[in-house]
Design a protein. Structure first.
Length: 138
């Protein structure tokens, strides 16, 4: 296993990895929102300038979150607030995809994005708990 989540060092290493992954995931929609829209199953008819702007904004949000996580982990900053913010972001993404399906607008690619968001929410929350445990012990 990459990181021992019972130690501060291990939690910081895991948070660094999460930060890099979050940053990299945010690059695609930030730089190429049309490509990302097609990748996640948003029909080309729905990808006008306003939609592309929203997709780009979400990508920038993820990239900035990744930088924040990485910076806090590398420089001894508080991890809890960053990890909780990411938990809430990913939970919101999961909810948003779920609402699309509830309104009959889902497809397999969007379902995969929703599943990824849900899995990320679980990982984020577990890492937040681990960060709280090691912080309370020190």
């Amino acid at each position: 296993m990459c990181c021992d989540l019972t130690t501060e060092r291990g939690v910081r290493r895991a948070t660094k990895a999460l930060g890099v992954a979050t940053f990299l995931f945010g690059l695609a929609p930030a730089v190429a929102p049309g490509y990302f829209a097609r990748l996640v199953g948003i029909a080309s008819a729905e990808t006008g300038p306003a939609t592309l702007s929203v997709i780009r904004s979400v990508g920038i949000r993820d990239a900035v979150m990744g930088i924040g996580l990485l910076s806090a982990a590398m420089h001894g900053g508080r991890l809890g607030p960053w990890l909780m913010a990411r938990t809430l972001m990913d939970a919101g993404d999961t909810l948003s995809v779920s609402l699309a399906f509830a309104h009959g607008d889902g497809n397999r690619r969007l379902a995969a994005l929703g599943a990824l968001a849900f899995a990320a929410t679980v990982v984020d929350h577990a890492l937040w708990h681990a960060a709280r445990r090691v912080t309370l012990r020190s």
